[in-house]
Each structure stands twice: as C-alpha cells, then as structure tokens.
Design a binder for this molecule. Structure first.
Ligand code: RB5
Length: 151
C-alpha cells in the first residue's frame, strides 16, 4: 500500500521509526512533512494526507502531532476520512475491524516509539471485518457527512 504520512513539529521525533516500520512491512511512504523542528500548524499537514487518501493517490494516512488530538480533529473534517486517535494495540486492531478507518493519528508526547511501531503494524495489517452490522454503522457515519455537506 501507499501510506501518506504527516507530522507537525511535535511529531517529528516518531517519524523515522514510523517510516521504518511502514517500509519494513513492504509499504511505500509518501511524506508530506513537516521536516523541520520549527513550530508549524498541524492542520497544514493533516489536510494533504487526507486529500491524498480521499483522492486515492494514497491508500491510507498516518498523522502524528504532540497528542494526536489536533491531527485527528482536522482529519475527521475531510469528507471521506475516518480517522482514529490510537494509543494502544487493541484499539488499532478494533478500529480497522469495526470502523474501517483510513487514517491513524498518534501523539508523540503520549507514547514511545516501541508502542507506536506495534500500533502501526497492527493497524496496517488488519482488514475491515466487513460484517453487516459494522458496514451499516460505517454507512451511518458517512451519511452524517452527506447531511451536512454544503457544496
Ligand atoms: C503542538 O504544541 C501541539 O499542540 C500539537 O502537536 C498537537 O498536540 C495538537 O493537538
């Protein structure tokens, strides 16, 4: 798969570990930045990652900021994105199986590289369960976007 990756300045420390684990699993990384330690704004990196996922130029997206919260809030504003903020391996698996999430957010100030790598591994390798009840629930979530879409 092609994985779009975006971080702000507070997520840059985890970036090399996350890139390494993505590549070790045989996936390709598209790094949208940031690539400096100057203070930047997380929506500026969440948006290009999510746009690539929605456009289909990337299969999935991974976002890292200090807490993961800002990135996940911004990502979930983009129609078509289902982003989960995950800091444990159980949730990484469950959110793929139940929510069919296409973007993963993590916080570098919350978890260390070892756990982040396990989360990425689990999230990238778990398929959506596709069961009727989960499909129905995901469709209901996406219908909320349709209800409020203004364009
Ligand atoms: C940056 O200081 C920090 O606010 C940001 O990385 C993120 O945690 C926001 O949700």
């Amino acid at each position: 798969m092609k994985i779009a990756l975006g971080t702000d300045h507070a997520g840059i420390g985890l970036k090399k570990d996350v890139i390494a684990v993505i590549q070790k699993l045989g996936h390709e990384v598209v790094d949208v930045g940031c690539n400096c330690s100057d203070s930047v704004d997380y929506p500026d990196y969440a948006l290009p990652v999510c746009e690539q996922v929605v456009a289909g130029t990337a299969d999935r997206g991974i976002l890292i900021c200090g807490t993961g919260i800002g990135m996940s809030i911004a990502a979930n504003k983009v129609p078509g994105i289902r982003c989960a903020l995950v800091h444990d391996v159980f949730s990484a698996k469950a959110t793929r199986e139940h929510n069919d999430t296409n973007v993963l957010a993590m916080g570098e100030r919350v978890i260390g590289p070892g756990l982040a790598e396990e989360i990425v591994k689990e999230w990238l390798s778990t398929a959506f369960s596709g069961g009727e009840r989960h499909v129905n629930r995901v469709n209901k979530v996406m219908a909320i976007e349709d209800k409020y879409r203004q364009v």
